[in-house]
Design a protein around this ligand. Structure first.
Ligand SMILES: [Zn+2]
Length: 438
């Protein structure tokens, strides 16, 4: 790839919300090497991207994704015997190949729509690790992946058996956690509570499934190896256990009391002394704004979903009020959460949190990079940063809708082809019904 210059582009400084026209120079290795207001006369050796009238932002980081699904309702079998058959088929060479190719397509869609880095938090058969390595080697085009491999859950717990491994004791958790690390996981994902999609009783979505001692032992072991831990937790008790165990990020969250608020901010057992909250509104908000008929779910799932949404919302608002670190991720692959709609999660956070566009754009870029611990190379536009950039026709400080139609995505200095792009019309229609209602 030749060295590139993006000229005359309106550079947005997300720290100060100021805009200046600049020329961005990108090295052959895809790193930003100079930001200047002066353009040299001789640009012969540069590939030139015209930035005039366009705005430039750092690429977005999606902190909570799954790549196995499309956003259509999941159709995996629930009867144990059929689950066994399905899992067996998936675990063949052909099964894994099909799964990987679907994940690859979904990751590429995320990239085409502005997500240049994403964290997976629960995939089957370690295929997220395979895909991460393919992308890193340059064999496949996609966002930079930070991966967890399969989740670690209790017996019959959240996400089992397809995207989570079952555990019945502390030693199980330690052994399976170590296996994830040895196979190359960047994070460990645990499930402290049940989830909406697989709950079998009203209120079960937030029921505690993992013991404090189990989570604590696993955090300790992972942290000793420099690996951080993310925890699915959808009830007050679940979040409390996760925080006490020392997890580094709480996924979804719930209403908190004072003890929990303090633990988020000062968590001695976490790796960096604090824990972050990733609320994930995209799969939850339809329960509050669409009918059971629209969603096509059972009464049980509908009622569980509504309760979880209220808890996530309360936890998020408390976190903002108490200056807890909050990241943004949309739980892509869950029902109604496609791989091309990450901008919606920013809009939800902005509206539900009473935040400015500047606030949420910072959270989805430099803030998320800090939570991942990759802020030295990712999340801002500065010399030495990877050239993961978005060119926009509208000013995103004025409207987040600017992210809906990104003019050009640049990954490591290379423009991303936007032509092949599959939309799910039924889902788009339902989501448009909610627009402006949140
Ligand atoms: Zn998830």
């Amino acid at each position: 790839m030749p060295a590139t210059v993006i000229r005359d582009v309106q550079l947005i400084d997300l720290e100060t919300a100021t805009i200046n026209v600049r020329h961005l120079f990108i090295s052959e290795q895809g790193v930003i090497e100079k930001i200047s207001s002066v353009l040299p006369a001789d640009l012969e050796h540069y590939h030139i991207i015209e930035g005039k009238q366009r705005f430039v932002l750092p690429g977005l980081i999606n902190l909570h994704t799954h790549l196995f699904g499309s956003g259509n309702a999941l159709k995996t079998p629930s009867a144990p015997f059929l689950q066994g058959v399905y899992l067996h088929l998936l675990n063949t060479n052909l099964g894994k190949k099909l799964l990987l190719s679907r994940m690859k397509r979904n990751a590429y869609t995320e990239l085409q729509t502005g997500v240049t880095t994403l964290r997976t938090v629960g995939e089957g058969l370690y295929q997220d690790i395979v895909l991460r390595d393919q992308i890193e080697r340059g064999d496949s085009l996609g966002p930079t992946l930070v991966v967890s491999g399969p989740m670690l859950s209790a017996k019959d717990g959240h996400g089992t058996p397809f995207v989570a491994r079952e555990n019945t004791s502390i030693s199980d958790y330690l052994q399976n956690g170590q296996q994830n690390i040895d196979r190359g996981a960047d994070w460990i994902k645990i499930c402290i509570t049940g989830g909406v999609t697989d709950a079998k009783a009203l209120g079960e979505a937030g029921q505690v499934q993992m013991k404090l001692e189990e989570a604590e032992a696993l955090c300790h072991k992972a942290h000793k190896q420099g690996i951080l831990v993310a925890a699915h937790a959808e009830s007050t008790e679940g979040v409390r256990i996760a925080l006490k165990a020392g997890v580094d990020s709480i996924e979804h969250g719930f209403t908190m009391d004072e003890e929990m608020i303090q633990l988020f901010k000062n968590n001695p057992k976490s790796y960096r002394g604090y824990s972050a909250l990733i609320p994930t509104f995209s799969p939850a908000i339809p329960f509050a704004n669409l009918s059971q008929e629209d969603l096509g779910v059972t009464e049980l799932v509908y009622q569980n979903g509504k309760a979880i949404y209220q808890g996530i919302l309360k936890g998020f608002q408390q976190a903002l009020q108490h200056h807890i670190t909050v990241g943004i991720g949309n739980d892509a692959s869950m029902t109604l959460v496609t791989h091309y709609d990450f901008w919606r999660e920013l809009v939800y956070c902005q509206e539900l949190g009473g935040l400015s566009n500047q606030d949420v754009l910072k959270m989805a870029t430099s803030g998320n990079a800090q939570i991942l611990g990759i802020e030295d190379t990712c999340g801002t536009i500065a010399v030495g940063q990877t050239a993961d950039l978005l060119l926009l026709d509208q000013n995103p400080l004025e409207t987040l809708q600017a992210l809906k139609h990104i003019s050009l995505v640049i990954k490591k200095g290379t423009p991303v082809d936007k032509t092949h792009f599959r939309k799910l019309k039924k889902i788009d229609k339902l989501l448009e019904k909610m627009d402006g209602k949140t």
